[in-house]
Design a protein around this ligand. Structure first.
Ligand code: FES
Length: 165
């Protein structure tokens, strides 16, 4: 897990104000930790060690607390990912509906393994836990979008379309 970076982490005045406004809705400042982490990821692409320290200082909590949250949720990246982040759910419902075959198909189509990024920086593959859409298994999440009721043909088509964007 890469956590090092030389990029200085700093929210803008507007971003800081957004966080301050959110804090007023809760009894404890650390209740907005997910919003802070989302903002960090949106701004920098992934969450570095510096980002975690920044979040900890902003919320008055320990870096270990932030690290625990970042590593608990699969939607947070601790290293750079490609333009398209393919997160393949292999939890029970998806597994029973062929998730591992889909994962193999995606690896084969992109010529990389899970956890890797294509040399052109376009695609990263991750294996993730339940995405909360078990009724439409198998499911993959690409960036913010869900792709459901998948099969190998659909996956091939999706990748083709993403390559041509
Ligand atoms: S098991 Fe895949 S979405 Fe729930």
């Amino acid at each position: 897990m890469k956590l090092e970076s030389t990029v200085e982490v700093q929210f803008s005045e507007q971003e800081l104000q957004t966080i301050e406004n959110l804090k007023t809705r809760y009894l404890k400042p650390d209740s907005v930790i997910l919003e802070v982490l989302y903002l960090l990821q949106e701004k920098y692409g992934y969450i570095t060690r510096e980002g975690m320290k920044y979040a900890a200082d902003l919320l008055g909590i320990t870096e270990e607390h932030v690290l625990g949250v970042v590593t608990f949720y699969s939607m947070f990246n601790t290293q750079p990912v490609g333009k398209y982040h393919l997160q393949v759910c292999t939890n029970v419902s998806c597994m029973l509906k062929g998730a591992y075959s889909l994962l193999k198909k995606i690896e084969s189509e992109l010529n990389i393994k899970k956890g890797e990024t294509t040399p052109d920086g376009l695609f990263t593959i991750s294996e993730v836990e339940c995405l909360g859409s078990c009724g439409t298994a198998p499911v993959i999440q690409i960036n913010e979008d869900y792709y459901e009721d998948l099969n190998e043909e659909k996956v091939t088509q999706i990748i083709k379309e993403l390559k041509n964007r």
